[in-house]
Design a protein around this ligand. Structure first.
Ligand code: FE
Length: 192
């Protein structure tokens, strides 16, 4: 199998899982195992989708389902980069392909303030999950300040086009946004 063939196989497997429509809990459980398999080996992501940007973390679309049932994105954090606190509005899986990341999860308190859970370090090969049912608000940071980290994210929708929110960590105030993607072209999953 070609290196990119690993991603093609993952796309087929996760699409079959969605086709079965087993409900979110089963999608997260079975999808977690599939994603763990994909990120177990760091030898398939084309270099163009692994490059950090000096100022901004990158979100490269790798694949989007034509029926908007899922999308697969490579997130590349340069040294010390991190996301703002944000939500997703759909289920999501985060699998660490390279380096390590720190996830901070939040819930909304009675006065609309954000309550932060203890940070969780996501080592290479590990998979974390988010969703409106299990906890949807978080912030992800590169655990390293001297190298890039990369994670592969799978979402239950076309995440780049979903209207969702970023949060001010101190006040809990929200601002709506649509993330889009950093790249203009997607990888050729059928390359020989
Ligand atoms: Fe996120």
């Amino acid at each position: 199998m070609t290196q990119i063939g690993k991603l093609r196989t993952f796309v087929a497997d996760i699409t079959r899982l969605i086709e079965r429509a087993p409900g979110e809990a089963a999608i997260l459980a079975e999808g977690r195992a599939l994603l763990a398999g994909l990120v177990a080996e760091d030898d398939w992501l084309p270099e163009a989708y692994a490059r950090p940007h000096p100022e901004y973390y990158q979100q490269h679309l790798l694949y989007a389902d034509p029926l908007d049932r899922l999308s697969i994105v490579s997130f590349v954090w340069g040294p010390g980069q991190e996301t703002p606190v944000h939500d997703h509005r759909v289920w999501g899986l985060v699998g660490v392909l390279r380096g390590a990341e720190v996830a901070r999860n939040y819930t909304v308190g009675p006065k609309g303030e954000l309550l932060e859970s203890p940070p969780e370090r996501l080592e290479r090969g590990s998979v974390a999950a988010v969703s409106p049912t299990i906890g949807d608000i978080h912030r992800i940071s590169n655990a390293y300040d001297d190298r890039a980290s990369i994670s592969i994210h799978v979402y239950g929708g076309n995440i780049g086009s979903i209207r969702r929110a970023v949060f001010d960590a101190a006040s809990g105030r929200t601002k709506e946004f649509v993330s889009g993607y950093s790249n203009a072209a997607v990888p050729n999953l059928w390359a020989a």
